[in-house]
Write a new protein. Structure first.
Length: 272
C-alpha cells in the first residue's frame, strides 16, 4: 500500500507485482492467522441488502476463497466468480471445495470481465491495496448490472497506528503500510455514480502478547510493509529493542493493542 490520502502519488504507487508475490507467498499461512479478516467479512456479509438474490456474484480480491465459499453457500443457485491478483491465492482457493466456479487472475482496477455481467461485487479487505480507488469503483459500476450491489470493506488512516508511532519513535522511517483517509472514501464513493446504501467506519482492536507476535502475523497474512521507501535489509537488534520499548507505552491489560480502522461500504448501481 502507499500513501492513499492523495488521489495519486507518482513515484510511491505500490508495485502490484510485489503485492501479488507477497500474497502468493502467504497463501498457505493466511487462513490460520486471519481472525480479523474473518470478522470483517462476516460483518460485511451482514450488511448486504436482505432481498439480494444475485444470479452471478464476484468475490473481488478473493484470497484463499473463504468468502467465496460462504457466498457459494448463501447464493446456492448463483454462479460465482473469484478474482485475485495473486496466482498463489487462486491456486490455494482452487484446492478447496466449493466456492466460485470461475477463478480468474486479475486486477480490481482493471477487471477481466465484460460489462453488466454480475449482480453482486463483494470485496473484503482487498481494495486498500489499490492506489486508485476511483478506478475500482468505476470497474465495479461497469461490471454490475443495473440494480446490482457493491459491498466492500477496506482499511483507512489510523490502522496499525500504534506500530507506526512506535517505529516513528525509533527511527522516523516508514515501516507501516499507509492508508487512505475516510474522507477520501466518502468523496470517491459520492462521485462514483453508485447510490450509497451505507458507508461507515468501525475500529477493531486486536491484542498481542508482544510485538513479535504482531509482526509475524502481518507477515503470515502477506500484509507486512510493502511501502516504497521502506527500510531495506535486516532490522538491527538495537532498533527492534527500541521498537519493543516504544510499543510498551500502549500496553493494556489484554496485551499490546493493534487497531484496525475498517471502512464498510454498500452501494447500488442505479436502475436507469
Ligand atoms: C487481506 S486479503 C483478503 C482476502 C479475502 N477477501 C478475505 O477476506 O479473506 C487481500 C487479497 O486482495 C488481493 N489483492 C490485492 N490487490 C489486488 C488487486 N489490485 N486486484 C485484485 N486482488 C488484489 C490479494 O492478493 C489478497 O488475496
Amino acid at each position: 500500500m502507499t500513501d492513499l490520502s492523495h488521489p495519486t502519488l507518482p513515484g510511491t504507487l505500490p508495485d502490484k507485482r510485489q503485492v501479488a508475490a507477497s500474497f502468493s507467498r502467504a497463501a498457505a499461512s493466511y487462513d490460520s492467522v486471519a481472525a480479523l479478516q474473518r470478522a470483517v467479512g462476516v460483518s460485511l456479509l451482514a450488511q448486504l441488502p436482505e432481498d439480494l438474490a444475485p444470479s452471478r456474484w464476484l468475490d473481488l480480491g478473493s484470497g484463499t476463497g473463504y468468502f467465496s465459499r460462504v457466498l457459494g453457500e448463501r447464493f446456492a443457485r448463483a454462479t460465482g466468480v473469484a478474482v485475485d491478483i495473486a496466482e498463489g491465492m487462486l491456486r490455494h482457493a482452487r484446492g478447496e471445495r466449493g466456492g466460485a466456479q470461475y477463478l480468474i487472475a486479475g486486477d480490481a482496477e482493471r477487471l477481466p470481465l465484460g460489462d453488466a455481467c454480475v449482480d453482486l461485487v463483494f470485496s473484503s479487505l482487498a481494495v486498500q491495496w489499490c492506489s486508485q480507488f476511483a478506478m475500482v469503483l468505476e470497474e465495479a459500476r461497469r461490471v454490475l448490472r443495473p440494480g446490482g450491489v457493491l459491498a466492500f470493506s477496506s482499511l483507512c488512516v489510523g490502522t496499525l497506528e500504534e506500530l507506526r508511532a512506535s517505529w516513528q519513535a525509533v527511527d522516523g522511517m516508514v515501516h507501516v503500510n499507509r492508508f487512505r483517509r475516510l474522507q477520501d472514501y466518502q468523496n470517491l464513493c459520492a462521485a462514483s455514480g453508485l447510490e450509497p446504501l451505507s458507508l461507515q467506519r468501525q475500529a477493531h482492536v486486536l491484542h498481542y502478547p508482544d510485538v513479535r507476535s504482531l509482526t509475524h502475523e502481518l507477515k503470515a497474512l502477506g500484509a507486512h510493509n510493502l511501502n516504497p521507501g521502506r527500510p531495506s535489509g535486516l532490522t538491527g537488534r538495537a532498533r527492534v529493542q527500541g521498537l519493543m520499548q516504544a510499543y510498551e507505552a500502549f500496553r493494556q491489560p489484554q496485551g499490546l493493542p493493534a487497531t484496525y480502522q475498517v471502512v464498510y461500504g454498500v452501494m447500488r448501481k442505479p436502475q436507469a
